[in-house]
Design a protein around this ligand. Structure first.
Ligand code: SF4
Length: 498
């Protein structure tokens, strides 16, 4: 039996893409190989967001040249962010690679596999195939308006927390967030099946990632993603719903919808759709316990979404909302499209409608020109909001981005590192205090795996929990009484499994 090996580096989008390729290969009857050396088809899913990641990718590709010489029948394909529109240079640099595919080009990967005799004679239709959207979108097949969760309250769900009085805008940023009718088809219709839909799940894991939108339109000045992953492209809602239904039937209990800018979901589809309505549909899937979504952008998250989430029992109370900086001049130089006041207002609205929500964020320190006072604006915002988790990175220029072309990387590396450590120390203290409040309380844990003697899983607020128990608990909801806490995890005793 032909075998495959997939090597993945990078974000949740890449992990989700790899799982979808795995799903395709599995559907063709290929077997996963234990290591790269013995595989017949090798897939390298690349990330170039940071130079370090790109170096690892380049080194990995280079290391396969010897394997190709030894086993010329083995196929090597490279997918992901390393591959932009121009593959000629990549082909010249890496002649031992059989094919290159841009991120999300599932249909092209499938067609390539068919041409190599790996799969069936008919290449499956890519969910992103050019011109194929009308056929796969259920927008073409009738609509059923869902009742608005705001219908009885007389509230205007479309007002953004950023909106300036009297503008009647749906968002300060005025791109989306209208009070949309449901774009989804009548239930009971069979949406088209994707050949990739068995992907998204790691082994027998009860948790899965499902990409809902690829690419990004934002062009933050420091980020290479829009250049490599291209513009935003949403998947048809029917396809996502069908995929998640199938996953739930196969034992997946938690699904995270992923996209570089997941709040933008649907704006490019033929009929209006948005993340809130998609979540609302998925919230009704039987057998699915939990829903999450990543990554949000503060300028695209609407009050409508926050309010609608408040009425959905399966959507976890955990919001990841990258702030990047607490200083308005730095935010402007980053081209983030919001101010620190906008961000604070959004946090206020989240806490108002989702009072039990855990919050996490991303921060970049040492952006070009960042003064001590500007850094302190970020530090003070973190102190004030008290996030459950903060992912902090020191700025490093990425070739090809606006910041690398126009801004001097002038913050000394030791200053960057000192700022990074100050943020980490603050966050360790804050997270330790937040988690210590859970001591003696009972939390619901979705068990994901065994780690040594212990089971591990996450709470709805995304806190990692360890506990000891017998039996097979994977995919079960277990109530755990917490007896020990740290800034990074919780430990306790199981009291009830569902
Ligand atoms: S929102 Fe900004 S940081 Fe995030 S992927 Fe898009 S361009 Fe990059």
């Amino acid at each position: 039996m032909a075998s495959y090996y997939i090597w993945t580096i990078g974000c949740q989008m890449n992990k989700a893409d790899s799982e979808r390729v795995k799903g395709l290969f599995d559907s063709w009857g290929l077997a996963p190989a234990p290591d790269v050396q013995s595989a017949d088809t090798i897939v390298l899913n690349s990330c170039v967001v940071r130079q370090k990641a790109e170096n690892r990718v380049v080194s990995k590709i280079g290391s396969l040249a010897a394997l190709k010489r030894k086993r010329p029948d083995a196929s090597i394909i490279v997918i992901g962010c390393l591959v932009d529109g121009q593959t000629d240079e990549l082909r010249r640099l890496y002649p031992h690679v059989d094919a290159f595919f841009k991120a999300g080009e599932y249909g092209d990967i499938a067609a390539w596999g068919v041409s190599k005799g790996l799969g069936g004679a008919n290449p499956p239709v890519s969910p992103f195939a050019k011109g194929g959207r009308d056929m796969t979108s259920l927008f073409a097949r009738g609509r059923e308006d869902l009742p608005s969760p705001f219908a009885n309250g007389g509230e205007n769900p479309s007002v953004s927390p950023f909106a300036k009085g009297g503008r009647g805008m749906t968002s300060l940023f005025a791109r989306r967030g209208e009070d949309l009718p449901s774009p989804f088809a009548k239930r009971g219709e069979n949406p088209p099946e994707s050949p990739f839909e068995k992907g998204g799940q790691k082994g027998d894991s009860p948790v899965a990632y499902v990409p809902v939108i690829h690419g990004c339109d934002n062009f933050c000045s420091y980020c290479i993603v829009p250049y490599r992953r291209g513009r935003e492209k949403s998947r048809p809602a029917a396809e996502i719903i069908s995929e998640v239904r199938g996953m739930a039937a196969r034992g997946v209990r938690e699904v995270t919808l992923v996209g570089q800018n997941v709040d933008s979901y649907g704006h490019d589809l033929p009929e209006p759709a948005d993340l809130a309505v998609l979540l609302q549909e998925l919230n009704e899937i039987e057998g699915l316990y939990r829903l999450r979504f990543l990554t949000s952008h503060p300028k695209d998250m609407t009050l409508r979404l926050i309010r609608m989430i408040a009425g959905m029992d399966k959507v976890c109370r955990h919001i990841n909302l990258p702030v990047q900086s607490g200083n308005d001049e730095i935010l402007k130089a980053m081209r983030r499209g919001y101010t620190s006041a906008n961000y604070r207002k959004l946090i206020e609205e989240i806490r108002r409608f989702l009072p039990d929500a855990a919050l996490s964020t991303d921060v970049i320190v040492g952006f070009p020109g960042e003064t001590e006072e500007q850094f302190l604006d970020t530090y003070r915002l973190l102190e004030e909001v008290r996030f459950d988790a903060v992912h902090v990175a020191a700025y490093s220029p990425r070739a090809g981005t606006l910041a690398s072309r126009t801004l001097k990387d002038d913050v000394p590396v030791e200053v960057k590192m000192a700022r990074l450590q100050r943020v980490e120390a603050l966050q360790e203290k804050v997270a330790g205090e937040i988690n210590s409040e859970l001591a003696g309380k009972t939390v619901e844990v979705l068990v994901e795996k065994r780690a040594g003697e212990k089971w591990s899983g996450r709470t709805r607020s995304n806190k990692l929990v360890f506990f000891e128990a017998g039996g097979d608990l994977v995919g079960k909801l277990v109530c755990v009484r917490i007896d020990r806490t740290s800034p990074w995890s919780l430990t306790g005793e199981p009291i009830l499994a569902v």
